[in-house]
Design a protein around this ligand. Structure first.
Ligand SMILES: Cc1cc2nc3c(=O)[nH]c(=O)nc-3n(C[C@H](O)[C@H](O)[C@H](O)COP(=O)(O)OP(=O)(O)OC[C@H]3O[C@@H](n4cnc5c(N)ncnc54)[C@H](O)[C@@H]3O)c2cc1C
Length: 531
């Protein structure tokens, strides 16, 4: 039987980046918001991205100028609001005359008509034109522009085969995707939103103009009903399933699920720049310095039929990525060099494109009233556009509910991000000075994860022992307790693979010990609350 009832303005389904971004924006405009996430925050696509705030250089070939321009402008807005979890990166694009277009890009079709003798090759002048647009389409103030590199001389040429003699270098930004989600959720909660994790939306029915939404606590199995004036369906890969099976809307819009996988190897090169490799099949592949000691390689585009089928990086995808980078690297890698893989599903708007690579990466927002009360369905989108997407959703909410307070999120830092981009190194040095037992590596990790909140976690301690039990890889009880109390973490996986990537450095036994500690602590907090 449903237990209890309450009413809110917005019920947001899904605690990925889009759901949490909408919840934060809406709460900041004074709306009452409940967000329900059936698993952990960022447990689906939003922890499985390539982790770039980027304009999307390759989308230029698909003439996605709106998306690229919005994303380019947005990169620096986001970087300023979260200088702890995001940072500028330089991308090195080695040039070789055999690089080809994918055959269904509009640019390929155009060039094939005008210059058939190119036979699908991507000429250097076109790359330069793309980079010129990339530099100039959208408000670049912090990030440096494009440069040309002589690979026979530059250190970036050292790991590459000798046939690569020239490269272009351009800027984008890195972001810790799953921390981005959690910080949005925290800020939403600080502004009055209710964030319910491990809470599944089972059904939504309209009654007297309000939604009656049945929520299930996935731990206890208990259900309850929440009433809401509007629903925002940010279910990511499940958006279509929610429309059909939970909301029972007659919408014809659908999602196209495209899986993308990554492999992680030990560090493959010494410098801190990324490679942007072009393939002879028209696709591209990034090789990115990752978590200090590793290299992240991705991604793929594979059709994925069912959102409930857990995405995994298949042996074929692993081999494809290994072969792809081996066409560039001097020191070839093998499948044995892979230390971790992950995979996620892009919830793209089904625009009828022929290939998964060509399906639009832009977002589409649709208001549907066919089930009685209004729901906004979110399709597609990038991590990079989540804040603008949230503003778009709030515009639609305003049309349904009457005028809302204005846009506010540009320029407002996320928790821990209240400092300048240029100050990060000084912050790391300050933390290491204040807490000498941390050393530079641990201090860097804490500032990069928590920014100014790092000091709140460490408190007034003078040695590592005062931070409580050491779970390994610099993870202490003080940090785990913070993550459980302030960042919705419940299991070791939440901590080791989403709030951090310490899973790369821990043994299975250490992970089990952490899980046991968290389980006990959670059980104690439940019984304390029941008393
Ligand atoms: C391989 C790959 C690489 C990418 N790289 C980049 C990149 O570098 N830069 C970039 O900008 N973008 C990138 N993206 C795109 C970006 O990751 C996604 O667009 C974004 O994460 C989608 O977020 P979301 O909130 O819509 O979906 P999700 O993160 O999937 O969130 C949806 C949530 O809804 C929850 N949910 C579903 N049904 C229910 C229910 N019934 N009740 C409660 N909760 C429910 C799910 O558990 C899930 O957590 C990449 C995507 C992929 C797959």
């Amino acid at each position: 039987m449903p237990r209890g009832e309450d009413i809110c303005d917005l019920l947001v389904i899904g605690g990925g980046i889009n759901g949490c971004g909408v919840a934060r924006d809406a709460a900041g405009r004074g709306l009452s918001v409940t967000l329900a996430e059936m698993s952990d925050l960022a447990s689906a696509t939003s922890s499985a991205s390539t982790k770039l705030f980027h304009g999307g250089l390759r989308y230029l070939e698909y003439f996605e100028f709106r998306l690229v321009r919005e994303s380019l402008i947005e990169r620096e807005t986001l970087l300023r609001a979260m200088p702890h979890i995001s940072w500028p990166m330089r991308f090195v694009l080695p040039y070789h005359k055999d690089m080809r277009f994918e055959s269904d890009t509009p640019t390929y079709k155009l060039l094939n008509t005008l210059m058939p003798w190119m036979r699908g090759r991507r000429p250097a002048w076109l790359i330069r034109l793309g980079l010129f647009l990339y530099d100039n389409l959208g408000g670049r103030k912090i990030l440096p522009g494009t440069a040309t590199l002589d690979l026979t001389d530059a250190p970036e040429g050292a790991p590459l085969q000798d046939r690569f003699t020239k490269a272009y270098e351009y800027s984008d930004c890195w972001v810790e995707d799953s921390r981005l989600v959690v910080l949005n959720a925290r800020d939403a909660e600080a502004r009055g939103a209710r964030i319910l994790t491990r809470t599944q939306v089972m059904s939504a029915e309209q009654s007297e103009g309000l939604w009656q939404v049945t929520l299930k606590d996935t731990g206890s199995g208990q259900t309850r009903v929440v009433r809401a004036r509007m629903i925002v369906n940010a279910g990511g890969p499940w958006v279509g399933e929610l429309i059909r099976d939970a909301i029972h809307a007659r919408s014809t819009d659908d999602v196209r699920l495209v899986r993308g996988s990554h492999i992680v190897t030990r560090r493959l090169f010494d410098h801190d720049k990324c490679y942007f490799f072009q393939g002879t099949d028209g696709r591209i592949m990034f090789a990115i310095p990752y978590e200090t000691d590793f290299t992240l390689i991705g991604t793929t585009d594979q059709e994925h039929a069912d959102p409930d089928e857990k995405p995994v990086c298949t042996p074929q995808e692993q081999a494809y990525m290994v072969d792809f980078v081996n066409a560039y690297l001097k020191q070839k890698i093998s499948l044995d060099d892979i230390v971790w893989t992950y995979s996620g599903v892009r919830p793209l708007y089904d625009d009828g494109s022929s290939s998964a690579t060509a399906a639009t990466r832009d977002y589409t927002l649709k208001v549907d009233r066919s089930a009685g009360a209004p729901v906004v369905n979110i399709f597609g989108g990038k991590i990079t556009t989540y804040r603008r997407l949230a503003e778009g959703v709030l515009d639609l909410v305003g049309k349904e509910m009457g005028a809302l307070q204005g846009k506010w999120t540009a320029g407002v830092p996320l928790p821990g991000g209240d400092f300048k981009v240029a100050e990060v190194e000084a912050m790391i040095a300050d933390l290491a000075r204040l807490y000498p037992f941390l050393g530079p590596v641990w201090a860097r990790r804490l500032i990069r994860a928590y920014g100014t909140d790092a000091r709140l976690i460490l408190g007034n301690v003078s040695d590592a022992a005062a931070l409580g039990r050491d779970f390994g890889a610099t993870l202490t009880r003080a940090e785990v307790d913070w993550l459980m109390d302030r960042e919705y973490a419940r299991t070791a996986d939440d901590v080791l693979w989403r709030r951090s990537k310490l899973g790369l450095r821990m043994t299975p036994h250490q992970a089990e010990t952490l899980d046991e500690y968290m389980r006990l602590r959670h059980a104690e907090s439940i019984s304390a609350a029941a008393e």
